[in-house]
Design a protein around this ligand. Structure first.
Ligand SMILES: [Zn+2]
Ligand SMILES: [Zn+2]
Length: 222
């Protein structure tokens, strides 16, 4: 009698030696297990030419079960606050360890030969992925830059309307008399010029001064 063996795919002990892997039950379990892994491998394969970079979230620590190696593998590749989607699985599928384990798994389980290629990533494809990862990181940075630019534009807009406000208040408060040399206008004009000079020299100083003068969001009519 053949020694008993435990089949991890069928989760049962059998006594028919190597013959078990040819059995209908085993081949069905094998097919189902491969079909569970395949969509994840295919999703990863799609990322080869278009690597996606996202801001890290704990969800990115998810693993998937590599049937061939019999162990958990990280799906994504995270570093600092960034994640390259599918990077972990692609790295694994391209590794020599995975290739060796896959060859053994295919031989031991008498899996369909044509299917094997679907679970392997060539070193050329992995090199391609690394290039697209660099592109992905660049476009992520550009996207981030755009957000920062938008925020800066908004801040500038607020600043601008605030400056307009200061100007209109000052124009009302200290009317310009370009040709007038009347005694009463002069000190005011001097004050206005000093203010203008200050604005030109150091706009941040002006903003501070305007904020101090006007208080928070004071309207000219108030
Ligand atoms: Zn089995
Ligand atoms: Zn593996």
């Amino acid at each position: 009698m053949a020694p008993s063996q435990r089949c991890p795919l069928c989760r049962q002990t059998f006594f028919c030696g190597r013959g078990h892997v040819y059995s209908r039950k085993h081949q069905r379990q094998l097919k189902e297990a491969l079909e569970r892994l395949l969509p994840q491998v295919e999703a990863a394969r799609k990322a080869i030419r278009a690597a996606q970079v996202e801001r890290y979230v704990p969800e990115h620590d998810r693993c998937c079960w590599c049937l061939c190696c019999g162990r958990e593998v990280r799906k994504h590749l995270s570093h600092g606050n960034l994640t390259v989607l599918h990077g972990g699985l692609l790295e694994h599928l391209a590794s020599p360890e995975h290739k060796k384990a896959t060859n053994r798994f295919w031989w031991e389980n008498k899996a369909e030969f044509q299917m094997k290629e679907k679970f392997l990533i060539s070193s050329q494809d992995y090199a391609r992925f690394k290039k697209s990862m660099v592109k992905g990181l660049d476009s992520y940075e550009e996207k981030e830059d755009e957000v920062i630019k938008e925020m800066a534009a908004q801040i500038r807009e607020v600043e601008h309307s605030r400056q307009e406000l200061v100007r209109s208040v000052l124009e009302v408060g200290f009317p310009r008399r370009s040709q007038s040399t009347s005694g009463s206008a002069r000190p005011r004009r001097r004050l206005f010029s000093a203010w203008k000079l200050e604005r030109d020299q150091q706009s941040s100083g002006l903003r501070l001064a305007a904020a101090f003068l006007l208080g928070p969001a004071t309207s000219p009519g108030a």
